[in-house]
Design a protein around this ligand. Structure first.
Ligand SMILES: Cc1ncc(COP(=O)(O)O)c(C=O)c1O
Length: 403
C-alpha cells in the first residue's frame, strides 16, 4: 500500500496496544471502487460490507464507499445494518440474510431493505409496514441454482400474486447469487445465468414493469461481463483480492489490507531442539527464532507452519512449530541481526517482497474469504485516509489500555 508507514517499526499509535496491527488503506478501497464501476460498465454498485467489511472495518469502509458513489450497501445480519445507521450511513442498505426472528419492525425502524424469498416473510413485512403506516421496499431473491435462500422459479407466480395484493410493500429489485464460478465460461454458472434471465423476464411480465435486477458478485465480475445486469454486488474485489487463481480480476485493483507484527522476542537455538506444542518442528541446524504476538485466535491458521512464510527486512522467513492461540514462531536463520521491535509482514509488501492473501489461501488450502473474515477482533486496526493515519481501533473495544 502506498500510504502505509515504512513498516520498519511499530507505529507510535500502538504504544499502548499489542504490537500487531492491520493497516487499512481507504484510498485503495476508493480506487478499487472506481475500477469496479468501470468494469461494471458504469452500472450502480451495491457494495458488500458484511462481516466487518471482510475484516476491514464496516463503518470506515461504508463511509468511504458512500463518498465514492456506491448505490447501496449489503449486509448479512440486521445488527450489521443497524450499526451502520447508528454510525450515520444514509445509503440504502440491503439485508441479504434472513429477517430477524421477531419480525420486520427493526428493519423498518432503521430503513433497512430486506431480501425476501418466501411469501410468509412478505406477509410479515406487509404487516409490520401496515401497522406503522409505512411503505417498505424489498428485493426478491430467486434461486437460480444456489439452493440456499432464493425463491425457486416454480414458486414465482404464487409469490408475485401475493405481492400484488400488498399495499405497503414495494418490489424494488430482483436478484440471485451464483454458486460457482471457477473459470470464465463455467458451465454451471452459465446455466444459472440463463435461469436468472428467464426468471427476471417472468417477474417483469407479472409485475407489469421493468424491475431492476442484480446478480454479479466478485467471481461473476471477473468471468461473466453479461452478469452485470442492471447493477452489480461485489464484496471481495472491492478489497483488492481475487476470488480464485483461475479468475482474472479487472486490472488496477490493489489490496486494501496489510497485516504486520513486531518481533517480541528473539532467541538462539542449537541444532536438534524441538520447538512448540507437540514438538512438530526440530531445528535442523543452529538458528535464531523470533516470536510474534499473533496466533490462530487472530486468524493466523494453526497449520501455517511448514506451509506459509512472512517477510522480515524484505526477505521471506518461514513459520516453524505449530502456530499457538496468541503467538507464532519464525525461523530467522543465522547472521540476520534482527532485533525485538523489528517488523514482520504477514500479509502485504515490504522491501520489494509481497505476501498476498491469494498466496496464503493457496498454500494453506483455504479460501481468501476464510483468511480475511478470520482476521480477529483482537488485532488493532490502523486506518489510513488521504495518505494519513485517520483512526486507530480494536474491534473488541474493551481491548485498549487507553482509558
Ligand atoms: C448474496 C451475496 N451477494 C454478494 C456477495 C459478495 O460476494 P463476493 O465477495 O464474492 O463479491 C455475497 C458473499 O458471500 C453474497 O452472499
Amino acid at each position: 500500500m502506498s500510504h502505509s508507514p515504512a513498516a520498519r517499526r511499530v507505529p507510535d499509535a500502538l504504544s499502548r496496544r499489542r504490537p500487531t496491527w492491520l493497516e487499512i488503506d481507504l484510498d485503495a478501497l476508493a480506487a478499487n471502487f472506481r475500477v469496479l464501476s468501470e468494469a461494471a460498465g458504469g452500472r450502480p454498485l451495491w457494495c458488500v460490507v458484511k462481516a466487518e467489511a471482510y475484516s476491514h472495518g464496516a463503518m470506515a469502509c461504508s463511509r468511504t464507499l458512500e463518498r465514492a458513489g456506491a448505490a447501496g450497501l449489503v449486509v448479512a445480519l440486521p445488527e450489521e445494518g443497524m450499526a451502520l445507521r447508528r454510525g450515520g450511513i444514509r445509503l440504502p442498505i440491503l439485508l441479504s440474510g434472513p429477517l430477524p426472528a421477531g419480525g420486520a419492525d427493526p428493519l423498518l425502524e432503521h430503513d433497512i431493505t430486506p431480501a425476501l424469498s418466501r411469501t410468509e416473510d412478505l406477509r410479515r413485512l406487509e404487516d409490520a409496514a401496515a401497522r406503522r403506516g409505512a411503505r417498505a421496499s424489498f428485493h426478491l431473491e430467486v434461486d437460480s441454482g444456489m439452493t440456499r435462500m432464493g425463491l425457486p422459479p416454480h414458486r414465482v407466480d404464487a409469490f408475485m400474486q401475493a405481492a400484488a395484493g400488498c399495499t405497503h410493500c414495494h418490489l424494488e429489485a430482483v436478484f440471485s447469487h451464483l454458486a460457482s464460478v471457477h473459470e470464465p465460461g463455467d458451465e454451471a454458472a452459465r446455466r444459472q445465468l440463463e435461469c436468472f434471465s428467464d426468471t427476471v423476464r417472468h417477474v417483469r411480465k407479472l409485475a407489469g414493469r421493468d424491475v431492476p435486477s442484480h446478480l454479479a458478485s466478485s467471481p461473476a465480475l471477473c468471468a461473466f461481463p453479461q452478469a452485470a445486469c442492471d447493477m452489480a454486488r461485489p464484496g471481495l474485489l472491492l478489497y483488492g483480492v481475487s476470488p480464485a487463481p483461475t479468475l482474472n480480476p479487472p486490472a488496477g485493483l490493489a489490496p486494501v489490507l496489510s497485516l504486520r507484527a513486531s518481533l517480541v522476542l528473539i532467541q538462539e537455538v542449537p541444532a536438534g531442539v524441538r520447538v512448540g506444542y507437540g514438538g512438530t518442528w526440530t531445528s535442523p541446524a543452529d538458528t535464531c527464532l523470533g516470536v510474534i504476538s499473533l496466533g490462530y485466535a487472530d486468524g493466523l491458521w494453526r497449520d501455517c507452519a511448514g506451509q506459509a512464510e512472512a517477510i522480515l527486512d524484505g526477505k521471506r522467513v518461514p513459520y516453524v512449530g505449530a502456530v499457538n492461540m496468541d503467538l507464532a514462531q519464525i525461523d530467522l536463520g543465522v547472521g540476520r541481526h534482527a532485533q525485538p521491535g523489528d517488523v514482520v509482514t504477514i500479509i502485504g509488501c515490504h522491501g520489494g517482497e509481497a505476501i498476498t492473501l491469494e498466496e496464503l489461501a493457496t498454500r494453506t488450502g483455504r479460501t481468501v474469504y476464510e483468511w480475511l473474515t478470520n482476521l480477529g477482533g483482537r488485532v488493532p486496526r490502523l486506518t489510513y485516509r488521504s495518505g494519513r493515519l485517520d483512526h486507530v481501533w480494536t474491534p473488541i473495544g474493551s481491548l485498549s489500555m487507553e482509558c
